[in-house]
Structures are given as structure tokens and as C-alpha cells.
Write a protein that binds this ligand. Structure first.
Ligand code: GDP
Length: 194
């Protein structure tokens, strides 16, 4: 499928506002500032389709995009932003928990992780939870361009070990250089409605 044939559909602030489940959902999750908007924009080859919220952690909405007539891309609110209140954090968790556990057409959660850093507990918890729920997920290690190839391999191996993954289970990515873009597109194409 052609990810460039994309259109914004809606922002849902509650589960009742989601579009009819006629296409599979690919959801994108990650800590605030991890590079989720940049990855999505690169995926669909638009410079600014997905706007970065100036105040991370503030947007509590699920943003839906339709690709061709074959799948939805769902931009989930970023998590782990330290400056948000307990209440905001809980409402994030509530919305995401309800979404992931009730959306029957959820085909895959792309879990975006910064390749430069050690595994964060929240990322590990998200992956564990998706495994527990039996929800397919795809870890993507981003900002690879900020590291040498050698360091990329080292850091990726450490994240793999922390998440108990093998190299085939995840993608090393850069929104700046497009590294990993073909792999990401081909993996996600597999979820599209034929
Ligand atoms: P979001 O909060 O997860 O949506 O993160 P953004 O996509 O807004 O990215 C946060 C910051 O990281 C921005 O300054 C981006 O330009 C930068 N960034 C995101 N992805 C990459 C990448 O792959 N390489 C580099 N060098 N910078 C990136």
C-alpha cells in the first residue's frame, strides 16, 4: 500500500468517538519527545501531517489517519512526561487502556523507543502488557542517525536483551535519514485490509 495516500480523519477524546472499525488500526505509542510525530510524518512522506504538541503530555486524544482504503494510523498520546499531574497521567492510562483492550480491530502497536538510551521502565511495561494481552506489537528504535553504526548495534542489542527480543522482531529507524523506512512500511503493509 502507498502510505503517502493518507488523510487526517479525526481526533478522538473518548472511546465513543473512534471511527467505525472498518479498517485495521496500527497504533503508535512512545514516550513524549521520542520522535513519534517525526516517524509518522516520515512514514507518510509529509513534513507536517502529524503536528508535535508544543506541550507534551497535554493532548489526551487519539488522532486517526486513513491510508488509502486499507488501514488507520492512530497517533496515541505520548507518555512518561514528568511534568504532568497525576490526574493527567491517569486519564492517559485510562484512555489508552480502554483503547487497547476494547478495540477489536487493533492490528499492531508500534512501540517507539529512543535507540540512544537505556531501556525505560515504562517502555518495558508497555511491551509486557501488550504481550500479556496478546496484542501484536512492533518495537522501533529511533534516532539511529545520532549514533555510529557500531554504537547502533550495541545499543540495539542492549534494548533487545531488556525486552527479550531478537533482531528480527524490531526495526532500527531514523526519521532524519530514512534508515529502516522500507522495513517499517513493508511490516505495516502486512496488516492492511486487502
Ligand atoms: P514526539 O513528541 O514523540 O512526537 O517527538 P517529535 O517527533 O516531535 O521529535 C522530538 C525531537 O526529536 C524533535 O526535535 C525532532 O526533530 C527530533 N527527532 C525525532 N526523530 C528524530 C530522528 O530520527 N533523528 C534525529 N536526529 N532527530 C529526531
Amino acid at each position: 500500500i502507498d502510505f503517502r495516500k493518507v488523510q487526517f480523519l479525526l481526533s478522538a477524546h473518548a472511546i465513543g468517538q473512534l471511527p467505525a472499525p472498518v479498517y485495521p488500526d496500527i497504533a503508535f505509542a512512545g514516550r513524549s519527545n521520542v520522535g513519534k510525530s517525526s516517524l509518522l510524518n516520515r512514514l507518510v512522506d509529509r513534513s507536517n501531517l502529524v503536528k508535535t504538541s508544543s506541550k507534551p503530555g497535554k493532548t489526551q486524544s487519539l488522532n486517526y489517519f486513513l491510508v488509502e482504503e486499507s488501514l488507520y494510523l492512530v497517533d496515541l498520546p505520548g507518555y512518561g512526561y514528568a511534568q504532568v499531574s497525576q490526574q493527567t497521567r491517569q486519564s492517559w492510562q485510562g484512555l489508552i487502556t480502554e483503547y487497547v483492550t476494547t478495540r477489536s480491530t487493533l492490528a499492531c502497536v508500534v512501540v517507539i523507543i529512543d535507540l540512544r538510551h537505556e531501556l525505560k521502565q515504562l517502555d518495558r511495561e508497555l511491551v509486557d502488557w501488550l504481550r500479556y494481552l496478546d496484542t501484536p506489537y512492533l518495537p522501533v528504535y529511533t534516532k539511529a542517525d545520532k549514533l555510529s553504526r557500531n554504537q547502533q548495534m550495541k545499543n540495539a542489542a542492549a534494548l533487545d536483551a531488556g525486552l527479550t527480543l531478537t533482531a528480527d522482531d524490531r526495526i532500527i529507524f531514523s526519521s532524519s535519514t530514512g534508515q529502516g523506512l522500507d522495513s517499517l512500511r513493508s511490516r505495516l503493509s502486512g496488516f492492511a485490509r486487502s
